[in-house]
Design a protein around this ligand. Sequence first.
Ligand code: SF4
Length: 232
Amino acid sequence: MIICGFEKFSMVDYDGKIACTVFTGGCNFRCPFCHNGSLVIGDVSSQEISLDEVFDYLNKRKGLVDAVCVTGGEATLQKGLDEFYAKVRDMGYATKLDTNGLRPDVLKDLLDKNLLDYVAMDIKNSKAKYALTTGVKNVDIDKINESVEMLKNSNVDYEFRTTLIKEFHTEQDMREIADWVSGAKRYFMQHYNDTEGCISHGFTEFSKAETEAFIPLFEGKVGMVGIRGYKN
Ligand code: SF4
């Protein structure tokens, strides 16, 4: 497992829990708005953090931190992810996976082994605009859909989420996403921030009011719809 970053204390990565977050290196997408550009297109071998360092910290923080989140890059590309989660679970921590859903086989394995307490899966856009939004040609949308249906039909706690950008997301796209995630437990629309670490720059955010205007599209279709990342 290639770990390139370790945030030791986070109040925002796992709702309702104090978490630490492990950032893995490498991704099978190239979303131009990605704010972890160095993990996706950078030299990840030069950024590596040892597993021992992570486990040493977790050993010392038992009772003070509740959960461990694994994010990316794309965590499901990592060998040994199941062993990592199993060890974290044995230490008494709750576990969370952030994923883009392109590897349903890995997600299924983790769910079958009952290693996850929470999954947050990105819905990058409507199905037809996946290649445009993820920066790769020929996205296998059937695999994304397999992950969506797997989570909807699972017993795990989960959410779907989309980072909204005016250059990519139209009202029609949001309608199609609402139909796609219909029946899901939770769906969040997230604020886009153009930060130094982004792969590309200059995209346009939706205002909080513009994002809130999409909420009715999801009401009655998902158990809970919310927005994230906006300052009041
Ligand atoms: S936003 Fe997520 S899926 Fe897209 S390139 Fe970045 S890490 Fe990969």
